[in-house]
Write a protein that binds this ligand. Structure first.
Ligand SMILES: Cc1cc2nc3c(=O)[nH]c(=O)nc-3n(C[C@H](O)[C@H](O)[C@H](O)COP(=O)(O)O)c2cc1C
Length: 221
């Protein structure tokens, strides 16, 4: 049985999946266990639809034939205005594109890889995560915890994932496809689910983290 620390350490955002299906049983087991995620006031704001096979393929074809929506669903790039945070994005981008062998100046190849989000990097299953529009920042945080529970429980099952806020660029199209009303629900992100391709360099580059003492202060110890 995998320890929690092993699940945390071995989880990474997978951007090359093996062509191997994931059964409903394992996904149901993971989602059933993830129900015990905590949430403020026990609101449990998270909702999701999981797609595979034909419904997933049809969604991908629709996204491929469309452009990102205007106006956007929500902004996920505000922290780019802070040089400190923009530097973190640049660093992980440089590592990822370096692993892919894509040059810094090659905007076309970078954009092409970004669009691989449409196909969830080859994952056989996609969880689409949304919730009611009246939820506020505390509930967005609850939803993040739920997604982390899922990602760690997937590791215990030998499975991998990649969260995909990029999917929010196609939020209305996706909601229409899965029959979720746009008026009442905001789409947060996708979660690609599948088996990692161990050999793919894009799954092997180092991801930087801020040192603990820059993030957390300890008082009174
Ligand atoms: C809520 C959320 C949304 C994300 N959206 C995307 C995305 O749309 N596409 C993508 O390739 N990675 C996405 N990521 C992955 C992050 O880039 C990744 O978590 C970060 O670079 C740290 O790397 P790691 O997950 O491998 O540890 C997302 C991560 C989170 C938590």
């Amino acid at each position: 049985m995998m320890k929690v620390s092993e699940a945390v350490a071995s989880r990474r955002s997978i951007r090359a999946f093996r062509d191997e299906p994931v059964g409903i049983e394992v996904i149901r087991r993971v989602l059933d266990r993830a129900r015990m995620t905590p949430s403020g006031c026990n609101f449990q704001p998270w909702q999701a639809t999981v797609l595979t096979g034909e419904p997933l393929k049809a969604l991908q074809e629709k996204m491929l034939a469309s452009s990102p929506q205007d106006p956007i669903e929500y902004s996920f790039s505000e922290p780019n205005q802070s040089p400190r945070h923009l530097a973190r994005l640049h660093k992980v981008g440089a590592s990822m594109y370096g692993a892919l062998g894509i040059e810094r100046e090659d905007a076309e190849a970078r954009e092409a890889f970004t669009r691989a989000n449409i196909f969830s990097f080859g994952a056989p299953a996609l969880l689409v995560c949304y919730f009611e529009r009246f939820m506020g920042p505390p509930q967005w945080s609850d939803v993040g915890m739920w997604l982390q529970s899922i990602m760690l429980l997937l590791r215990e099952e030998g499975l991998d994932s990649c969260p995909q806020e990029w999917m929010s660029l196609y939020a209305r199209l996706i909601k229409e496809h899965i029959g979720v009303p746009d008026e009442t629900h905001i789409l947060f992100c996708g979660l690609a689910i599948g088996h990692r391709d161990e050999d793919a360099p894009v799954n092997r580059f180092d991801r930087d983290r801020v040192p603990l003492d820059e993030q957390v202060r300890f008082l009174g110890f």
